[in-house]
Design a protein around this ligand. Structure first.
Ligand SMILES: C[S@@+](CC[C@H](N)C(=O)[O-])C[C@H]1O[C@@H](n2cnc3c(N)ncnc32)[C@H](O)[C@@H]1O
Length: 343
């Protein structure tokens, strides 16, 4: 953690400023270990491995920690040059946020649920200073991915109780995250709370009736969650990984073939909907990550466009607009209650 980020951090319990005590520095003079103490209440938060830690466990986000630790750069745009998913991460980021590189230059950006940081990488590449907040040990991978960059801060904390100063950032986004929390609307409100009036926010969540609502996905997610409760997280993740590898390598080819044969197409669709979780993505590494995302999280709610639009309105946004990345991706401007009905 570079000390220049200190003014952006707050105690998540009291909202008060934090005092920094440094124990050890990295060679680049950023803080490797130390402690943050809140002005009110004297709450203490450690800095370990350069990351300020505002939660002492991963809670319900543990499945992601494992996933991102194992595949920490697969979805980074620069790792996909010349591969089947080239351009996807950039298209996704620019479509959902509505932010072109020129909009980000010199801006202070925050990502709620950054994972290993594929979108932080784009914001940073465009010239933004960026803060990534995540609750799982994905923060370790993110920290590695931005090691030595004084303009990126990775924070371990809860998006529902962000340890960040209010109205401090120019832009904020949360992509594929809030549906994995128990209170997505509160997450959106928290995101809007740390953005200055006139700043822009964006969010994308799972859509009701989409793949994530398939009976097959519910079945496998139920089995993984039952295994987690009965045998622990490690056993549950091992089982999920076996299935995922089977889906990504064994199932993909016969299903892809069946989709091309007229008589078999309906059967393939039926199997995917009711019996087998499988994704039709051209890169096996992405198939693994997306099947894991579907079947391992504790929370995976799905939503309607009206709901998400309502979250933005309730968070005091204006110029709320649905963007072209599924029906439940929205962007808006923080402050004021005047809305443009863009649905
Ligand atoms: C599907 S991943 C998306 C990561 C990133 N936005 C991307 O698309 O590459 C969801 C992330 O949200 C994080 N997460 C889930 N609940 C969270 C919470 N309450 N606070 C912070 N992070 C959370 C998980 O740890 C995980 O890294």
């Amino acid at each position: 953690m570079h000390p220049t980020f200190l003014p952006l951090l707050r105690c998540p319990r009291t909202g008060s400023e934090l005092r920094l005590q440094v124990d050890e520095l990295f060679e680049d003079r950023s803080v490797r270990s130390g402690r943050l103490t809140s002005a009110l209440g004297g709450h203490q938060y450690p800095i370990v491995g350069g990351i300020p830690r505002f939660v002492d466990q991963e809670h319900y986000a543990g499945s992601f920690g494992y996933e991102w630790h194992k595949w920490s750069r697969v979805q980074f745009e620069r790792e996909n040059a010349g591969r089947p998913m080239a351009g996807h991460t950039r298209r996704m980021f620019e479509t959902i946020t509505g932010l072109a590189p020129a909009d980000l230059k010199g801006q202070l950006a925050v990502e709620f649920g950054c994972g290993p940081g594929r979108f932080l990488d784009l914001a940073r590449g465009a010239g933004a200073t960026a803060v990534g907040l995540d609750m799982s040990v994905a923060v370790e991978s993110a920290r590695e991915n931005f090691r030595g960059d004084p303009k990126v801060l990775i924070v371990q904390g809860d998006v529902l109780h962000p340890p960040l100063a209010r109205a401090a950032f120019d832009v904020g986004y949360s992509i594929g995250v809030l549906h994995h929390t128990p209170a997505p609307a509160a997450g959106l409100r928290a995101l809007a709370g740390v953005i200055r009036p006139g700043g822009r926010i964006a969010c994308s969540v799972y859509q009701q009736g989409s793949f994530y609502d398939y009976p097959s996905v519910a079945l496998y997610r139920g089995l993984v969650n039952a295994a987690r409760a009965r045998f622990g997280a490690r056993v549950a993740m091992t089982l999920a990984l076996w299935y995922t590898s089977f889906a990504a390598y064994g199932l993909y080819y016969p299903l892809a073939l069946a989709r091309k044969i007229r008589g078999a197409r309906r059967l393939a669709g039926y199997l995917e909907k009711y019996a087998l979780v499988s994704l039709n993505l051209p890169d096996a590494r992405w198939r693994i990550l997306d099947v894991l995302d579907a079947i391992t999280p504790t929370f995976a709610s799905t939503h309607t466009a009206e709901e998400v639009r309502g979250w933005f309105a309730a968070a005091g946004c204006r110029e709320i607009r649905q963007v072209a990345w599924g029906a439940t991706s929205f962007a808006g401007v923080v402050g004021g209650t005047q809305e443009s009905a863009a649905l």
